[in-house]
Design a protein around this ligand. Sequence first.
Ligand code: GRF
Length: 194
Amino acid sequence: MVKLNGSNKIKTAVFISGTGSNLKNLIQFSFLNKSPIKISLIVSSNKRAKGLSFADKYKINRKIYDFNNKKKSESLTLKQLKMNNISLICLAGFMKILSPNFIKKFKGIILNIHPSLLPKYKGLNTHTRVLQNKEKYSGCTVHYVNSKLDSGKIILQAKVKISKKDTSSSLKKKILKQEHLLYRKAIKKVFFSL
Ligand code: GRF
């Protein structure tokens, strides 16, 4: 296997909107020698996102854009991606939908993590809907991003058994734990074809 050091790792941007537990996980993953990525940029659609604290803690360049003005914020984001030589974007709890134009213009890879077993339960409030439908299993999916919501090619999934006692918050917790493992595995799969 190729030996990776800081300078030949894949320059990665993580896009967030909230808590940032996936961001924290990806940052910690990026510090490992066996990790193919280096996180060079964090983009947040929310100036109050808790996850921004990890940018400060780990001294990673961060930008906050108001994605309600999509055209302007996407164009500023594209400029930043170029300036930082980013070739991988990991969406991690990013609550905005990127336009087809953005996806076309960015020449690298865009990945997303979604807390359901896609193609089931695309969109928001997955855990509540899963419980309402009395599903026996749920899980999470890492997939490539295309212009349709939560619909790009699936890279990996992890399944979680739902217990009778599960609430949407206990299920969220269980699945987040799997998300953190899955995002690392999926990135290794993409770059090392594991
Ligand atoms: C995760 O469940 C992720 O799959 C979904 O939003 C949540 C973000 O959590 N897209 P966090 O901000 O990474 O803690």
